[in-house]
Design a protein around this ligand. Structure first.
Ligand SMILES: Cc1ncc(COP(=O)(O)O)c(C=O)c1O
Length: 427
């Protein structure tokens, strides 16, 4: 695109949205992005964990096009349409346990808002417990539970006053000096301190947690931690909400990360990969929990959009037909083993972690301290070599690899080769 034209257009965009590159995307195909200048980039961002099937999967495109010819928007407040009804039934088949009732909206933050409201409505309690390092969205309610960056919250106070944040079990940088999976979970003991000092459990509507922390650094908690947390919630009649907005739809190698931990939460928030690129989100709960949420107590204009639902239905079909979870696990194992091998040769990689195709490395200095400056150099080198990815982690020193679950092997190998050259460059 003409550089002058780009500068002219840019005048109209708010700077509030952080943008990591200046590339102008024209089209996407599978794991590749093509710019208006005709450059091809390896896309390890996937629209921030949205395009789990790659860009413009032909079956998703065909389903959306067919729906566009019939009905683009009709209002789910006015009546029904087949794509949303069929998608709800298909989604109920893949969600864990009895989470088979849905409220559809458009974005992750909206799903979180819906879940927070449902929890309050159901329990008649008003306190929420969330986690340090967590990301749940930018609207006021979602921002109140978000704690991945002080900068996201700065100058927006007062947020919801009844939110407490516990430390997330970040074993690589354990604050309690214990060893992963060989500890008595002192981080979870913080919950008892909270109940004793700050809020009685009887006031707590819900605990909201990402089963694998995304923006906070692709941190996989110990299984025992989540299981014990679920047990405490059950005992205290506190609703357990899993934010599966980033982990959902196969990203971790199972349809939902909850399955890795053998937990069925009370409420689940879904968005991002649900329609592989179309805006759609859902609050999922059991009929028992959601079935008496009164008409009008929550709402949306665009939620359950017919085109998004048609695309989402196609996504679920593709998962079955193309054995996407198997591919995700094969790719994830290959990529993680390759990263671990790089970590043995390049000490700037302090940790390799993640599940399925939700993988990240933590970049450190010679003392093992977070090294955001080197992380930026790696990203810059890769961008110059036509590979894009995002950082994460509260110290901005983690690099997350969010390739499509079904990415071809040669794409992954090419990415690893560029990444290794970047490691050589900074080492
Ligand atoms: C775990 C998680 N929850 C919520 C959100 C917010 O989603 P959205 O940006 O669609 O509002 C995100 C977005 O990155 C996320 O990763």
């Amino acid at each position: 695109m003409d550089k002058n034209l780009l500068e002219t257009y840019k005048q109209h965009l708010s700077p509030a949205l952080a943008r990591s590159t200046g590339i102008v995307m024209e089209r996407g195909e599978g794991p590749y992005l093509y710019t208006t200048d005709g450059e091809r980039y390896l896309d390890f961002v996937s629209g921030i964990a949205v395009n789990n099937l790659g860009h413009c999967h032909p079956k998703v495109v065909a389903a959306a096009k067919a729906q566009i010819d019939k009905l683009i928007h009709g209002s789910f407040n006015l009546g029904f349409y087949p794509s949303a009804l069929k998608f709800a039934a298909a989604l109920a088949e893949v969600t864990p346990g009895d989470l088979n009732m849905f409220f559809f909206s458009n974005t992750g933050a909206e799903a979180v808002e819906g879940a927070l409201k449902l929890a309050r409505w159901k329990t008649k309690r008003n306190v929420y417990i969330a986690f340090q390092g967590s990301f749940h969205g930018r609207t006021m309610g979602a921002l109140s539970v978000t704690a991945s960056s002080a900068g996201y919250r700065a100058r927006y106070a007062p947020l919801l006053p009844t939110v407490y944040h516990l430390p997330y079990p970040y074993c690589y940088r354990c604050r309690y000096g214990t060893k992963p999976n060989r500890c008595s979970l002192p981080c979870l003991e913080e919950l008892n301190w909270l109940f004793a000092c700050l809020t009685p459990p009887e006031d707590v509507a819900a605990v909201l947690i990402e089963p694998v922390q995304g923006e906070g650094g692709y941190i996989v908690p110990p299984k025992a931690y989540l299981q014990k947390l679920a047990e405490i919630c059950r005992e205290k009649k506190i609703l357990l909400i899993f934010d599966e907005i980033q982990t959902g739809f196969g990203r971790t190698g199972k349809m939902f990360a909850a399955e890795h931990f053998g937990i069925v939460p009370d409420i689940m928030c879904l968005a991002k990969g649900i329609a592989s690129g179309f805006p759609l989100a859902a609050v999922a709960a059991s009929k028992d929990l959601m079935g008496d949420w009164p008409a009008g107590s929550h709402g949306t204009t665009f939620g359950a959009n017919p085109v998004s639902c048609a695309a989402a239905l196609a996504v679920l079909e593709v998962f079955k037909e193309e054995k996407i979870l198997e591919k995700c696990n094969e790719n994830g194992t290959f990529f993680k083993v390759s990263l671990e091998e790089l970590a043995r040769r390049y000490p700037v990689i302090g940790d390799v972690r993640g599940l399925g195709m939700m993988l990240a490395v933590e970049i450190v200095d010679g003392e093992g301290r977070p090294d955001a400056a080197t992380t930026d150099k790696i990203l810059k080198f890769c961008l110059e070599n036509k590979m894009v990815f995002f950082k994460c982690g509260i110290y901005k020193n983690c690099i997350r690899f969010i390739a499509p679950l079904n990415a071809p092997r040669d794409f992954l190998e090419e990415g690893l080769s560029i990444f290794e050259k970047a490691l050589q460059h900074v080492s």
